[in-house]
Design a binder for this molecule. Structure first.
Ligand SMILES: Cc1cc2nc3c(=O)[nH]c(=O)nc-3n(C[C@H](O)[C@H](O)[C@H](O)COP(=O)(O)OP(=O)(O)OC[C@H]3O[C@@H](n4cnc5c(N)ncnc54)[C@H](O)[C@@H]3O)c2cc1C
Length: 448
């Protein structure tokens, strides 16, 4: 594709032309903008990579002391795949997507079997044809996280300081800064708070402490190897012929079960009503007995699948939510929120991590366009470009959940497709980089 229509030096796929041959510098000319990012989740890592690509000088601060492979399934839509495709291993033609792909579920043959809670198969939803330029990645969160983290640390050599808990964010007219729990202060031109649902950066940005609320739902979730699944004649079929994906839908509950890595790993998530107090924590060890209670009156296969789960792999994950924040940028315009700190998502949108990545792409481009002397305009432009899209995508978490939990089964009988997993083009067809390049000039001008 090198040499085709270009957009600010990128070809239509957003690849830097020389990178297609795998020999070019990874990033654009230096801007001299120093950026501190707090949080090495997908949001912070993506922002670091994109800021590096756009020529900024980035440092990451993270509270965990060492990287652990945590979590279970996480989804990245085609709108994230487009971003991953542009991340080359410097000096080579290898892309980060080449490393992610073997870790992820392959459903081209199988699709998604959607059942009513009593076991009746309602429909098989085919997977869309694969798009090499916008691949979809669904895999173990911890494994994908480690791959991206190592890319940032080892390939791009972006400094990451672990074991640094940020206790305060501050800013002056000429810089923004963070205070570490050791008492050390670090300043930069811009601070990005990619510090998750319990963001500390929010206190500076909003001027008050804003706690996440319970969404009224929780998810029992587990990831484990197929050892017991293949011993049972009733369940081994999910592990013998490649990857599978099945869902059961009932009133106020849905159960999704997948097998991954050629059927060797199993993962399920059971979303159900739960009004637990989430003041201190939102992730607890789960009990199989509690899961079985949710399945009363359900297809016995669901309980059979769950019974293969080693109990120590079971997590009871309370879903926190918040109304959209009034803003993501501080008064001084040098500190902003990004990813879950700005906008937590319900898992039914399957877009939380992807939207965090779109944020990272956008902020990096805004900062390059505005330059070192007008970073406040860049941060405000970032919010302007992203805010409404994020709000609209967030709503799909509720609409998909409600479509399943409140299904009218007579109507579904007449039109089984009414219950399929939405894959809307305005979400998945979006190219965050191309879009930001198109609108950034006007957006930055508006705030300059
Ligand atoms: C341990 C963990 C497991 C998860 N498992 C799943 C899963 O299985 N499936 C799924 O769909 N989603 C999971 N998520 C959520 C998902 O990763 C995020 O919703 C999404 O990727 C958005 O990422 P983010 O970078 O905005 O936030 P996060 O992924 O939450 O990252 C925020 C980062 O900021 C760090 N941080 C927070 N406060 C401070 C502070 N004061 N100082 C320094 N660092 C700080 C945190 O340690 C964390 O690494 C998980 C998140 C975490 C943290």
């Amino acid at each position: 594709m090198a040499g085709e229509a270009t957009l600010n030096g990128n070809n239509i796929n957003g690849d830097h032309p020389a990178q297609v041959n795998g020999t070019a510098e990874h990033s654009k000319p230096k801007t001299g903008i120093k950026i501190v990012i707090v949080g090495a989740g997908f949001g912070g890592l993506c922002a670091a990579i994109e800021c590096h690509r756009q020529g900024h000088n980035v440092e990451l601060y993270e509270s965990f002391k060492e990287l652990k492979v945590l979590g279970d399934i996480i989804s990245f839509g085609a709108n994230a795949g487009r971003i991953f495709r542009r991340w080359f291993i410097p000096g080579t033609a290898e892309r980060i997507s080449d490393r992610l792909d073997p870790l992820c579920i392959k459903l081209q043959k199988y699709g998604f079997n959607i059942h009513k809670y009593d076991g009746e198969l309602v429909m098989n939803q085919k997977s869309p044809p694969p798009d090499p330029e916008a691949p979809v990645f669904n895999g173990h969160r911890g494994e994908l996280h480690k791959t991206v983290y190592n890319y940032v640390k080892d390939d791009l050599k972006i400094p990451i300081r672990l074991g640094c808990r940020i206790t305060k964010y501050f800013e002056t007219e000429s810089d923004a800064g963070i205070l570490l729990d050791t008492g050390e202060k670090v300043t930069a031109d811009v601070v990005i708070g990619a510090d998750g649902v319990r963001s500390k950066a929010r206190e500076l940005v909003l001027g008050y402490e804003d706690k996440p609320k319970s969404s009224g739902y929780a998810v029992f979730r587990a990831w484990f190897t197929n050892v017991d699944m293949i011993k049972d004649p009733e369940t081994k079929r999910f592990c013998e012929n490649g990857d599978t994906f099945n869902g059961w839908i009932g009133p106020d509950v849905h159960f999704l079960f997948s097998t991954i890595k050629n059927g060797s790993d199993c993962c399920w998530v059971l979303t159900h009503k739960d009004d637990a107090d989430i003041e201190e924590s939102w992730s607890f060890p789960g009990k199989l007995e509690d899961v079985y209670k949710v399945f009363e009156g359900w297809d016995p296969l669901c309980k059979r699948i769950v019974s293969k789960t080693p109990e120590d792999k079971l997590v009871d994950w309370k879903l926190v939510y918040r109304d959209p924040l009034p803003r993501w940028v501080s008064d001084g315009g040098r500190t902003c929120l990004l990813g879950d700190s700005a906008h937590p998502f319900l898992p039914t949108s399957a877009q939380g991590a992807t939207q965090a990545m779109e944020d990272g792409v956008t902020i990096a481009i805004c900062l390059r366009e505005a330059g070192k002397d007008t970073v406040a305009a860049a941060l405000r432009a970032f919010q302007e470009i992203r805010y409404d899209r994020v709000k609209d995508v967030q709503k799909t978490g509720e609409s998909t959940r409600d479509m399943w939990h409140k299904a009218d089964w007579d109507a579904v009988k007449k039109d089984p497709t009414s219950i399929q997993m939405p894959r809307e083009d305005w979400i998945h067809g979006h190219d965050a980089e191309v879009h930001a390049e198109q609108v950034v000039g006007d957006a930055v001008k508006k705030f300059s």
